[in-house]
Each structure stands twice: as C-alpha cells, then as structure tokens.
Ligand binder design. Structure first.
Ligand SMILES: NC(=O)c1ccc[n+]([C@@H]2O[C@H](COP(=O)([O-])OP(=O)(O)OC[C@H]3O[C@@H](n4cnc5c(N)ncnc54)[C@H](OP(=O)(O)O)[C@@H]3O)[C@@H](O)[C@H]2O)c1
Length: 220
C-alpha cells in the first residue's frame, strides 16, 4: 500500500511524498503507479484519491491568488490527471480494479467561500460519470465518486475556525460539531473500502450517508 501526500505518512504504509498542487509531481506519481503495477499478480488494485483542500476559504477576488491557483490545481486538475495515469498504468492488468474519488455536497449546493472547492468536486463527479461510462464500454475499472458526509478531520476544524464573512454557512458545520454528529474518519474509511464489494453502476456518484453500509469495516 502506498500513501501519497506531503507531510503525514500513515503508519505502516509506504509513503510517496508529493505536493499534488504542483503539476510537476504528477509524472512522479504516474511513474509510481507503473512501478507498483509492473508484474503485479494480486487480485485487487484500488486508487483512492482523497487529497483535497478548502484553502483558501473566502470569496473569489478577495482571497490570495496563488492559494486559489493551488486550490484549482489540487481539487480540479490533479484528480483527472492522476486518474488518467492510473488507468493507463493498469491497461494490461487482469486484477479487479477500483478508482475512487472523494467528492462533496459542495459539488451541487452553493456555498459562498467555496467557489474553487465546489467547482473541483463538480469536475470530479462529471469526470467519474464519463470515465465510468467509458470503462463500462471498454475497460474493467470500477470508477466511483463518494461524498463522505461531515467527517471529524482537520478540514472541518478549519471551517469552524474561519470567519462568517469568509464562509457565511459556517454555522451549519458548527452545529454538526456541537451536536457531536461528525463522522469518525476510521468508520468512513472502512465504509469507502466497503464500496469495493458492492455492485454499483460504473460511474456512480454516491453519498455514504444514503447507503446502508456497516460502520465497522476494516479501515483503508
Ligand atoms: N472532512 C469532511 O467533512 C469532508 C466532507 C466532504 C468531502 N471531504 C473530502 O474528503 C477528502 C479528504 O478530506 P479530509 O477531511 O481528510 O481533509 P484534510 O483533513 O484537510 O486532509 C486532506 C488530505 O489531503 C492531503 N493534501 C492536501 N493538500 C495536498 C497537496 N497539495 N498534495 C498532496 N496531498 C495533499 C493531506 O495531506 P498533507 O497535508 O500531508 O499533504 C491530507 O491527507 C477531501 O477530498 C475532501 O474534500 C471531506
């Protein structure tokens, strides 16, 4: 198992350090896919693309332009380019294959302060619908987009710490926190993994909260 991110190698798994908001790292990730999959004789391969950011929180035109550019590259471009590189690396493989992207309700609902975040998630959803249809015609990879609900991570902490001026719907997330209704990240990871055992249509965009999944699956 390989974890790709900048700073936080998960314990017990191989770490590929990459700043995915920097397009020059994408070919390194592609090379890693090819290396890992060359001569792979296992039964199941999965790429779960979870990297995403809500930084900068604030209105377009008011936030820092460099941070905004990085947001667009990470949330909109990286999932598509890395998804393409993963599919290309798998082409001659016989294993069962999953490509799972993390989306959000922000793909459909308007949240002022989240313009490039919501646009990135909408881009992911349409990419997944389209590539899932392609794989249904000619391919073996199950492609899914998954909205995890409100999960107790640093992402939610940043929302609570921001100002109402930058993120006017902040109170909604504060309420979920104060009611103790945030989901546990380990439970959510297990539920995402459980999706690989379900017979979902290829290209499905699903909301974990609307699926009847066990809460105690082995975490990814
Ligand atoms: N938490 C929620 O309530 C919620 C709700 C809906 C959707 N989601 C989605 O779920 C996914 C995971 O979110 P989370 O809650 O775990 O957020 P998080 O706590 O902010 O973690 C984000 C993850 O993305 C990685 N990442 C961020 N910027 C990166 C970069 N430039 N290059 C490489 N990796 C980068 C981070 O690792 P490093 O910082 O070490 O690089 C971290 O592993 C995201 O796509 C998010 O949009 C979350």
């Amino acid at each position: 198992m390989v974890g790709i991110n900048r700073e936080r190698p998960a314990e017990g798994i191989e770490h590929l350090k990459a700043d995915l908001a920097d397009p020059s790292t994408w070919s390194t990730v592609g090379a890693s896919f090819r290396r890992e999959l060359a001569g792979f004789h296992g039964e199941h391969v999965a790429f779960i693309h979870a990297a995403g950011t809500d930084d900068p929180l604030g209105f377009a035109g008011e936030v820092d332009s460099e941070a905004y550019r990085r947001n667009v590259l990470l949330n909109s471009a990286a999932p598509q380019v890395l998804g393409q590189l993963f599919l290309a690396a798998l082409r001659s493989l016989q294993a069962r294959c999953h490509l799972i992207m993390l989306t959000s309700g922000a793909a459909q609902s308007v949240y002022p302060g989240w313009s490039s975040y919501g646009a990135g998630k909408a881009a992911i959803d349409q990419w997944v619908r389209t590539v899932g249809a392609e794989q249904g015609q000619r391919g073996r990879v199950q492609v899914l987009s998954v909205a995890p609900g409100t999960v107790d991570t640093a992402f939610q902490r940043r929302l609570r710490d921001t100002s109402e001026a930058d993120f006017p719907r902040r109170q909604k997330f504060l309420d979920v926190y104060e009611q103790g209704s945030l989901s546990d990240p380990q439970d959510v990871a297990g539920q995402i993994w459980a999706l690989t055992s379900l017979d979902l249509d290829n290209g499905s965009v699903v909301d974990l909260r609307k699926l009847d999944l066990p809460r105690s699956e082995k975490p990814v």
